[in-house]
Design a binder for this molecule. Structure first.
Ligand code: PLP
Length: 495
């Protein structure tokens, strides 16, 4: 262990402190707490110098993997580069010092960003209006399904309790439907990885509230029968929901609204370049067709002449009888909405059209270069991501114990070469799924370096799979018990 890998409590030395300015009449104003609120003794905090603190936290940050430290081809998660101009704009004090309870007349600029983002997303998706309030993709799904349920109830149609979800769907789709109190019915994929219309047809009756879909689907394949599917769902009285977490391949090219979708969510923290991972903050705006506009959640930003106001806040007394209700505190994660808006403006109308083609080109390039070493279950052109089903030669025939290298082992070995692993064991349609999404922000040189390493790992597996099974060899932690690490993390120092 390196010296500065120690915990900050272990670096502590009695009486050591950081540097601070003397507090005089020009110094910081510290308001006096009432004595009954003050603690009776000092907390046990580490006593360290400034340089120790800086080294400790800088080291800690280096133990993690981020899109700023290396290539991160996580399928279905769009780990694209987060442009630093987004951060600069979000840090401007005119935005960062706002309080959500400020009177609307003092936050007109921020409300204008909200309104402009609603318009930009509507234009990009072909929807009529958006709420930017939901704080994650799954939160957007729940909001969208609440709107779907509210639509049927508002028409006096109380028997629609089922939601159709494809077997290739992201796990949050059935989970959100269940949380919304709807019953999930699964529709199968056919042999070429797309929705099986023959399987769909008998599921469509007057108990169906709607159907959730992703297009391109989770295998990175475009649902070519989408117009037909929209007609079938609508003819049965249902609504069509678009999971637009990964809009990347379509951005500026094809619009879900034009395909017949009624409701959708987007992930600003995937497609629109805002930071992603570590549990948030995120944003999952929900867009709807004209017929569903009044069902959007509150509060909403509404224009009255040249002024913008916030309508429907709890306790405001505003009349919004059809609204699906409140889904988050205030107007969502404004700092994230702002970053994503900066990204859209920075790209502009012309460049936004390049995101899709470049992400598709990058994915196909990696796929074609690697399919001699990894099993490709779905041939043909993919969209922005694709799925391998493990190694062609996993080395089992040469290993003394007869055990070959798995997808998990490939993923772990990649870390030794400074690349983050792709998504593994998802989608569930394959046993050794390895789902790769390079995104449009990577250069050909980076992709070539990744391809070289993937070939090298495949060669290692074929020769001596044990090297992979013990990987990673160079990270601070090698193979934690992932379930325990997630469910029972130790977050407290027990020195
Ligand atoms: C990431 C993702 C989601 C969920 O988004 P969160 O922000 O993680 O809740 C939903 N659907 C698809 C297809 C996704 O990739």
């Amino acid at each position: 262990m390196r010296y500065y890998d120690k915990l900050i409590f272990e670096l502590s030395k009695k009486g050591r402190t950081g540097f601070s300015l003397p507090c005089n009449e020009y110094g910081r104003h510290v308001s006096e707490l009432p004595s009954e609120l003050k603690r009776s003794s000092s907390p046990e905090l580490p006593e360290v110098s400034e340089v120790d603190v800086v080294r400790h936290y800088t080291n800690l940050s280096q133990m993690n993997f981020g899109v700023d430290t290396g290539f991160y081809p996580l399928g279905s998660c769009t780990m694209k580069y987060n442009p630093k101009i987004n951060e600069e704009i979000a840090a401007m004090s005119g935005f960062s010092s706002l309080h959500p309870l400020q009177p609307a007349c003092t936050v007109q600029g921020a409300l204008e960003v909200y309104e402009a983002m609603d318009k930009a997303l509507s234009a990009l998706t072909g929807m009529a209006a958006f709420t930017l309030n939901p704080c994650a993709g799954a939160h957007g799904e729940l909001t969208g399904l609440m709107i779907m349920r509210q639509y049927h109830i508002s028409r006096g149609d109380f028997g629609r309790t089922k939601v159709i979800v494809p077997d290739s769907a992201h796990g949050t789709n059935p989970a959100s439907a269940a949380v919304c109190g709807l019953e999930v019915v699964v529709v199968k994929s056919n042999a070429d990885g797309r929705i099986d219309l023959a399987d769909l047809k008998p599921l469509l009756d007057d108990s169906v509230a709607g159907m959730m879909m992703t297009n391109p689907n989770t295998l990175g394949l475009f649902e070519t029968e989408i117009i037909r599917i929209a007609e079938m769902v609508h003819a049965a009285g249902g609504l069509l929901y678009y999971d637009g977490a990964n809009m990347n391949p379509l951005l500026g090219k094809v619009r879900p609204g034009d395909m017949g979708f009624d409701i959708l969510h987007l992930n600003l923290h995937k497609t629109f370049s805002t930071p992603h991972g570590g549990g948030g903050p995120g944003a999952g705006p929900v867009g709807v067709s004209e017929a569903l506009r009044d069902l959007l959640p509150v509060p909403k930003v509404v224009r009255e002449g040249s002024a913008l106001k916030v309508v429907g806040r709890a306790g405001s007394g505003d009349e919004t009888p059809l609204s699906a209700g409140e889904v988050s505190a205030f107007l969502g994660n404004f700092g994230i909405i702002l970053r994503a808006y900066a990204y859209i403006l920075m790209l502009g109308k012309e460049n936004v059209r390049m995101v899709g083609p470049l992400s598709v080109l990058n994915a196909n390039y990696v796929k074609e270069c690697l399919k001699d070493s990894y099993k490709l279950p779905m041939e043909g052109v993919c969209k922005h991501e694709f799925v391998f089903d493990g190694l062609i030669d996993d080395g089992a025939s040469k290993a003394a114990d007869g055990q070959g290298a798995t997808t998990l082992d490939v993923a772990k070995r990649l870390l030794d070469f400074g690349f983050h692993a792709p998504t593994i064991y998802f989608p569930l349609l394959f046993h050794q799924a390895l789902m790769i999404e390079p995104t449009e922000t990577e250069s050909k040189e980076t992709l070539d370096a990744f391809i070289d390493v993937m070939h090298r790992i495949a060669a290692e597996a074929a020769e001596n799979p044990a090297v992979l099974r013990e990987a990673p060899h160079g990270t601070p932690i090698s193979r934690p018990d992932e379930t325990t690490a997630a469910r029972k993390p130790i977050l407290k120092w027990n020195g």
